[in-house]
Design a protein around this ligand. Sequence first.
Ligand code: SF4
Ligand code: SF4
Length: 453
Amino acid sequence: MKLANLLKGIRLPRPPAAAPPVDLPAPEKVYLPLRQHRGAVAEAKVEPGEQVALGQVVGASEEFESATVQATVSGVVEAIVDTVDPAGQKVPAVVIKNDGADAWAEDSAMGESLTDPAGVKGTRPSHLLRRLREAGLVRAQVEGRPLHVDLSPPMAPQSYLYMTGIPVVRPVDTLIVSAVDADPPVCPNRSCLGQSIQELSVGVAALARISGAKRVILALPSGSDTAAIAAMAGPYEWEIASVSQTSYPFATDNFLVQSLTGREVPTPYGEPKDVGVVLQPMISAMDVGKVLMSGRPVIDRIFSVAGEVKNPQTFRVRLGTPISEVLAAAGGGPSRPGKIIVGGPMMGLAIFDPATPVTRETEGVFVQSAANVVAYADHPCIHCGRCVAACPVNLIPSELGKLCEFRMYEEAAYMDLMNCIECGCCAYVCPAKRPMVHFLRHGKTEVLAGRME
Ligand code: SF4
Ligand code: SF4
């Protein structure tokens, strides 16, 4: 498939090849936050001192935008403590001391095993969606949505339909499964390329069945062995597209949808579903396949460690493992640590506590030494225009930065501040080292909160 090229944005160095994930032994203790996504906090279903088995439900909520939390080790519930999630929000977490038995709970099975795409195609979409909800799957991105919410049809504003007769919800006809990591060098999706075609085929079949998509596109990073993967994907009639890894932010959702289907996602609040497309990263598709094949919840996460660590590597980690333990397994960080960024160097969020656990919304960390952390300053803009040339959504970041800096949020909103995708290209190219993303992110928060006076 030939792709349209991204004219703006920036060019990043080609990321190194991704090795398959290495299994990390289960930790002595896991910290399971009762919210690992955007939405409602689950209610704890266990008490301190209680013995729990693998896969046992430890937190659940009746709210639609919530995900069930299961034990990822067997052992004793030590406490329920407050922890901070990668987005910086305080959230209660169940702490379980691992007894090493790894015994599954008797009631952890979630229906019959579906081991081939034909079986999935013969199963009702509502049944598949219910199983994903029971498994508590979440799209792997900070403040990602539970997968059952991501895959449910958008709420149609019925009154609008009644008044205008215009069907505002376009039926989904295309599913994109992307193995291209949006923020390289954090690379969980590339690492699991070619890992288990059976899990992937069952996962993709389920995603297509639930969404109603007839067309399936597998987006692969350029340079991968597309011929081998095309041969592998042949029986399932997936289209294969090769996507650049150096052209940033080409692999983020809206650009990928536009280049692969020619459909423009409406901004600022639109999503691919609005133009009939469902897009999921490859690790989500593999998680779906795993849940349906095993009939059990997923207890681990493919987690990538990149940047200044001794051995950058991707691991298969039990959910709830402190990030500091994963960093130690990667050989440890620099002697003078600077930042640990969850997500990736361009769009990720820095965490202040390395004991923050690996959760369903995390896909990896990027580590920087103190020497390499960019020192932003409140230097004035020198009007070089580099940020304007780089902004992939055609904003004027220099003006928006100044308006947000001086709290002129209404004027910034008028200049399409809310269209900013927080890609970081403007900060990356700015010679004055202005903290552009901080200004813009803060401005967007103020606009959303209605504080525009
Ligand atoms: S203004 Fe927003 S979208 Fe444009 S380059 Fe900066 S961060 Fe990216
Ligand atoms: S890149 Fe920096 S200095 Fe140049 S115009 Fe943009 S904000 Fe101003």
